[in-house]
Design a protein around this ligand. Structure first.
Ligand code: FMN
Ligand code: SF4
Length: 441
């Protein structure tokens, strides 16, 4: 049921060291890419493999790398290891247990586009993982896999591990670039896209950790073998972070196209005894929710998730069972996005704030049915109207909950209102009793 490629040797003791990694075949693909292949050949293998970005949008890596201009200029490869999406924790395990796979992916990726400088931007909270990665990079330098004249082929590459400072928006690729340049991490207006004007205005390829970890596999096993696993438009495997109301939360690697039921029930153990799945987020907290009925038997791949009106995103399934009320969940999500909004555009800055306020009213019993209507409209007005997709990342899941579970929101508001009314009726008696005890002045 699982198809192990990236996580194949994950439990091997010492895998984070170069010695063990190489004993298990590591760096062979890099050797081939650097000593036996021209950069164009490396790039075309990545393109033919059809490996799609594992960081959120699912854009084909080869196509993006193909946009990088040819020629002699400063070009950059940047690995996005910010992993701050609620529900996502797969890059963490890849970096912690198998850091050399990522280093190898960065070297091959840089070779493909002709970059001589690479950066791994890792979220600040991943302190341990950052240390492990730095140790792996130092080992790669010592072995001559990084630095000047790699493997005597005249190829130079420096790789820097850069730590973030705890902002979700720095995972957005252009916010990340600004942060890397030492500025406040605000998303940039696109175009120009990073492939043309990215880091320090130079051509830049930005890819997620898991995307780059697929690159040594493509070169190592060959395109044909790589493409044998997966579905029509989603090739390879996916490391899926499963969390929420399941018995065995964790990271599971499956062939893209495996059904969600297999992932959630057979691998993650399904919901707790006696519970049913109410809904789930198929691609981290930014993805529109799917109900258990509509989503569990779908294939987990980019195209099927999009057809179902949601997305595979970073590949994180958050399960919500029938014991969880959705209003506090939606409120917590909205608070997260309000806190993380950079505040640059009005629909996101104001919309996330008003969504929190309205959900608080629903929760506290101050909302009227019109408020729910307004709440829905705010989500619609955010979607597609922001500079980056952080605004949409709140509007899409909350909007989908309001559409699919409207009656639950209405009942929650009504129950809270009735509780308030009951408290009001009781209040005079309490006040009278207190007044009687104190007596007249
Ligand atoms: C608010 C926001 C946060 C993001 N966070 C991450 C992240 O933590 N890691 C990541 O790889 N991509 C993240 N992305 C997506 C990146 O902008 C970008 O699409 C991705 O790094 C490209 O890599 P890929 O093509 O390999 O998926 C985020 C996007 C947005 C809008
Ligand atoms: S959508 Fe939000 S986070 Fe993105 S640029 Fe606009 S205000 Fe900033």
């Amino acid at each position: 049921m699982t198809t192990m490629r990236l996580l194949k040797d994950i439990d091997e003791p010492g895998l984070a060291t170069r010695e063990v990694y190489e004993r298990l075949g590591g760096y062979a693909a890099m050797r081939r890419a650097v000593t036996e292949m021209e950069p164009d050949e490396v790039l075309s293998q990545i393109s033919e493999s059809d490996v799609r970005g594992r960081g959120g949008a699912g854009f084909a890596m080869g196509k993006k790398a193909g946009f990088i201009p040819k020629g002699d200029m400063d070009k950059y490869l940047v690995c996005n290891a910010d992993e701050s999406e609620p529900g996502a924790f797969k890059d963490r395990v890849l970096i912690q247990r198998n850091p050399h796979l990522l280093v190898e992916g960065c070297i091959i990726g840089a070779r493909a586009i002709g970059a001589n400088k690479a950066f791994i931007y890792i979220r600040g909270e991943y302190e341990l993982q950052g240390d492990i990665l730095e140790a792996a990079v130092a080992e790669a330098y010592a072995a001559g896999y990084l630095g000047r004249d790699i493997l005597d082929q005249g190829f130079d590459l420096d790789l820097v591990v850069h730590r973030g400072a705890g902002a979700y928006i720095c995972g957005e690729e252009t916010g990340l670039l600004d942060s890397l340049e030492g500025k406040r991490g605000n998303p940039r207006l696109k175009p120009p896209f990073p492939a043309n004007a990215g880091l320090y205005q130079g051509p830049t390829l930005i890819n997620n950790v898991e995307t780059l970890c697929n690159v040594p596999l493509v070169i190592g096993m060959g395109v044909e073998e790589y493409r044998k696993v997966g579905s029509e438009q989603s090739k390879g495997t996916k490391v899926v972070s499963v969390s929420g109301n399941v018995q065995r939360p964790g990271n599971y690697e499956v062939a893209l196209g495996t059904t969600i039921r297999e992932i959630v029930y057979d691998l993650a153990g399904g919901p707790l005894e006696g519970r049913e799945i109410k809904c789930f987020f198929p691609g981290g907290s930014s993805a529109p929710v799917l109900t258990g009925d509509e989503g569990l038997d779908l294939a987990y791949d980019f195209e099927t998730m999009a057809q179902a009106g949601s997305m595979l995103g970073s590949g994180s399934i958050i399960v919500v069972d029938d014991a969880q009320p959705l209003v506090p969940l939606a409120l917590r999500l909205a608070q997260f996005y309000r806190h993380e909004s950079c505040g640059k555009c009005t629909p996101c800055r104001e919309g996330t704030n008003w969504t929190v306020k309205m959900l608080e009213r629903v929760d506290s019993g101050e909302a009227t049915p019109m408020d729910l209507e307004l709440l829905q409209q705010v989500q619609t007005n955010i979607e597609g109207n922001c500079l980056c997709v952080l605004g949409d990342a709140m509007a899409m899941p909350i909007g989908s909950m309001l559409v699919k579970f409207r009656s639950e929101f209405e009942e929650h508001a009504e129950r809270a209102r009735m509780r308030n009314d009951a408290a009001l009726v009781e209040q005079p008696a309490v006040e009278l009793a207190a007044a009687a005890q104190v007596g007249p002045a």
